[in-house]
Design a protein around this ligand. Structure first.
Ligand SMILES: [Fe+2]
Length: 571
């Protein structure tokens, strides 16, 4: 039976297709529509999933939506009543979008897919997050922690999974939300909410957490994982226009300008303080989740589970043996959870194989590359074998070139894990600024991740990363060994940490081969890896995206499947 999971209408819409409980295709809509964080009904991603499986919509056993719209609407109504009349502007705007579109998701899905209405199911939002984490983990039992900004009412849940059963008995409810706390500071620091949270995390190591006591004024956290915000500091629950109140500004001063380019110590210190407090809260939640049912295993999902620094601390300090975080932990990954929930919980089918890799998107066919090369007039050389591809790419990397690398099916989740990546030699310190400014056109403080062969992790990190799924999916930070920091400066953050991506030979043989070959020649089986996109754009998906990004950036060479494409020599 085919089951299609769908998420949309908030941000990062996506589709995920299962066949008899096993994932066959999954993709974010933004990769096809080219609109970053596209929240529209994911008709392009759905059409591609169906085409990939060779089926029509009428062949779908179920279509499962990643939240319950009526429950969410109930929360909006109740909030408006609770905070009347302050919440009037919020309510007015919410009503418009809900009555014009969101409430009618069932009929919109029916219209898009043409399936009978009894085949459409709705899964509670945090259950979708929980299901995506637990069912993909492969763990027979585990504690479950989900944390995000907001779903219907819940903003965090704690529970457990056993076999195919999931229970989420504890929840924190709107407007109390750790995700919202982080997002409010994201807005205050001049970044876009639901996008700039990574930037806050990247900024934090440049600051000192000297405002932690001020951040603690905003939030009370107990040892059992519960949190309560002091709502006097916030206004996100009453107006869509501003997230923080005058009282908040009284504590932290004027917001950082969205156009600020230079690093300002005051704001970096605020970012560092927020990050530290968030880590403390998440650690308490993680400990509460595991101690509740005595499990040594924890699974996590929800947008906040993409906080790599906190994840590193949970992995190392929460007293657990195993941690699994669904690589598409945000709302874009909840479509997968919704589909898995239908298969295991509604239909009661047994567990399947765990999620071992993220290569679930569309691959670029050769004929598409040939057509694009003709259209653009770019000169591409078809390499004859994988050996030649690896040789040439290694040569380019050793010569200091920055390469675009588009191979196989694009990744599920926000991270580029060697299928749609920009790669460079990590031994050159200057590479970092070069890639940030000339290639990705973004802030110079943004860090890059090292992709390294799994078997060489112990050489670069003290933590036992080899067995950790969080390191395989680039979901945690870890301290680079002090003697190695000067060896791979382009991927070591200012505080000596890095966000490692351990590459398994089985999970991605071609990328593993490239890192291995680079290591044989350079002595370091490590590559600088960042997502193949320009600032503000989705990661490339098609041949046309890859070529267009290549020509609009300072990238030196593009490896698009077996084609090596260079830029014409000017002058
Ligand atoms: Fe969510």
């Amino acid at each position: 039976m085919y089951i299609l999971g769908v998420s949309c209408d908030y941000h990062d819409s996506s589709a995920a297709l299962l066949l008899d409980g096993q994932l066959v295709a999954a993709a974010s809509e933004e990769r096809f529509s080219r609109r970053k964080h596209d929240s529209a009904i994911p008709s392009l991603a759905i059409a591609w999933c169906l085409k990939h499986a060779g089926i029509q919509a009428r062949d779908l056993g179920y279509v499962v939506f990643y939240e319950k719209p009526l429950l969410k609407f109930d929360r909006i109504l109740a909030t408006s009543v609770d905070y009347y009349p302050r919440a009037l502007p919020f309510f007015r705007e919410a009503l418009l979008s809900w009555f014009s579109e969101k409430l009618w998701i069932k009929s919109r899905l029916l219209k898009t897919l043409g399936v009978p209405s009894e085949r459409i199911l709705f899964c509670e939002h945090h259950m979708a997050h929980a299901a995506s984490a637990f069912y993909c983990s492969g763990f027979p039992e585990a504690a479950i922690l989900t944390v995000d900004g907001i779903g219907e009412w819940a903003t965090a849940t704690i529970g457990e999974g056993r076999g195919r059963e999931i229970r989420l008995p504890l929840e924190i409810r709107w407007p109390h939300s750790l995700g919202m706390l982080y997002s409010v500071f994201t807005a205050f620091l001049g970044f876009e909410v639901n996008e700039g949270e990574y930037k806050v995390m990247g900024m934090a190591p440049y600051g000192a957490p000297r405002y932690m006591d001020k951040v603690w004024k905003l939030v009370r956290a107990s040892q059992d994982g519960a949190i309560e915000l002091d709502l006097d500091y916030f206004s996100y629950h009453v107006t869509p226009r501003r997230a923080f109140s005058a009282k908040f500004l009284g504590l932290f001063g004027e917001p950082r300008s969205p156009y600020a380019v230079d690093q300002d110590q005051h704001y970096a210190d605020i970012a560092a303080s927020l990050q530290k407090v968030s880590e403390e809260i998440l650690l308490r939640m993680a400990r509460a989740a595991t101690s509740r049912n005595g499990s040594k295993r924890l699974v996590m999902a929800g947008g906040v589970a993409l906080n790599c620094v906190a994840n590193g601390r949970i992995q190392d300090e929460a007293g657990i043996d195993e941690l699994f975080i669904q690589p598409a932990a945000g709302d874009g990954g909840a479509s997968l959870g919704a589909a898995l929930w239908a298969w295991h919980t509604v239909l009661g089918r047994p567990r399947g194989t765990p999620l071992r890799h993220v290569s679930w998107g569309r691959a670029v066919p050769t004929r598409e590359i040939q057509t694009e090369l003709e259209v653009t007039g770019a000169s591409g050389v078809a390499l004859k074998s994988q050996e030649e591809l690896l040789d040439r790419a290694t040569e380019d990397l050793l010569a200091g070139k920055v390469i675009g690398w588009s191979q196989g099916r694009f990744e599920w989740g926000p991270r580029a894990l060697g299928n749609r990546s920009i790669l460079a030699d990590p031994r050159r310190g200057e590479t970092r600024d070069l890639v940030n400014t000339k290639i990705k056109f973004r802030e110079t403080f943004r860090p890059f991740a090292p992709s390294l062969t799994e078997d060489s992790a112990a050489r670069y990190f003290d933590q036992p990363l080899e067995c950790q799924p969080t390191a395989k999916f680039m979901l945690r930070t870890a301290a680079v060994r002090s003697d190695m920091r000067i060896r791979i400066p382009a991927v070591t953050h200012v505080d000596g940490s890095a966000r490692p991506h351990l590459v398994e030979r089985m999970a991605n043989p071609l990328f593993y081969g490239l890192i291995r070959r680079f290591g044989d020649a350079s002595g370091h089986p490590v590559l600088l890896n960042t997502s193949f996109n320009l600032r503000g754009e989705p990661i490339v998906a098609s041949a046309s995206d890859a070529l267009s990004t290549f020509f609009r950036s300072g990238l030196d060479v593009l490896y698009l499947e077996n084609y090596r494409i260079a830029k014409p020599v000017s002058g």
